[in-house]
Ligand binder design. Sequence first.
Ligand code: ZN
Length: 279
Amino acid sequence: MTTPCIITVAITGSVPRKKDNPALPVSVAEQVESTQQAFEAGATLVHLHVRNDDETTSSDPERFARVLAGLRKHCPGMIVQFSTGGRSGTGHERGGMLPLKPDMASLATGSVNFPSRIYENSPELVDWLAAEMIKYGVKPEVEAFDLSMIFQAVTMARDGRIKAPLHVQFVMGIKNAMPVDREVFEFYVRTLKRLAPDATWTGAGIGKDQFTLARWSLELGGHCRTGMEDNVRLDRDTLAPSNAALVARVAELCAEHGRRPATAAEARKLLSLPAASAG
Ligand code: ZN
């Protein structure tokens, strides 16, 4: 039997609402509604950034708490992952919402150039975020923007700074970082399997090649990420009307590859997360 696919939906991200992404959910109510639709379309993990009332990016734990409460109510069992990315504030501010104990949080294990800035993750900050995640029982999703970040994650798991088994997301397609490249992608997968055989992984393609990366991930036994944070188009000519539409597209790709979207309970088991508590 093939492994069911955990579909992650990155609903919002940090780019402003614009003409090419009018359906981007920004308010708390929009975020909860958009996630619920994506959940019903087959997503079982939501990657979350939050905004202030003026739509600027926010690191306010109170805002995260409000969205989390809505998601717990409307998306039973769904895995909630908070972003600790650079747009959620600076320095330790980026982990200020971890005491809310989401199921997971993103953890970049190194620095990388982004389109117009450095995504800065100093060793001190990475260690601090990882320690906070252990303290609050939050599973990290390692964001690997290049090969060194995979090695760093494996080292951290070996010396106890990250609780094993690892979950790693290979990110490709960000301008100035690693492009979408099949040979490198296969090397990532092979390297992770060699160094951490019990690890799980997701392929995340940013921008126009998102579904290419989804296909490769399905083919090689990994999991998929989609959502308006990463890609706003269903194809070259069609804007995605919702996060759910992008998730539905990935669910179709699952079927084409003899896979199916995981249920929330299956996704939790695959990621070694505790079963969702009832109510
Ligand atoms: Zn993000």
